[in-house]
Design a protein around this ligand. Sequence first.
Ligand SMILES: [Zn+2]
Length: 150
Amino acid sequence: MARTRLLKKSTQKKLARTWGYILIPVIFWGWYTHYLGYGAIAILSAIATLFFLFQARVPCGALNRDGKTHCIHNGKGLLGGCNQVVAHKWYNAKMLVHRSTWGRFVSNAFRKFYGAAAFLAAMATVLSALISAGALVVATFAYLDPRAPK
Ligand SMILES: [Zn+2]
């Protein structure tokens, strides 16, 4: 008897590039309701950040050999490039290394709607990760302080 697949292959592929967006409302909800602790928010934010940096669908945008046109394939995450051209694989990550190319890195991401969405989402999750990690540290020190009321 053939096993029935829960999801079609194409759907699975699509899901692999988009699942991280589900974390955004969860993180917002966590901040808003205080239902999740800072630790949980920090972990969720870190996972979401990694997703947007390395997995989300973002236009590759690498400069083609002619030096004028840009690669139209989709890359892996904000830092990665497409798989079609070997030189593009870490094209966007390399641009981040040099400060002078930061502007080009951003305009690359904003070339397509879903690239801009991934970029803004990454900014939000990085901020959320930093704030929640900071709050966690402050809360831990406050707890360890012997003068603090228990
Ligand atoms: Zn490319």
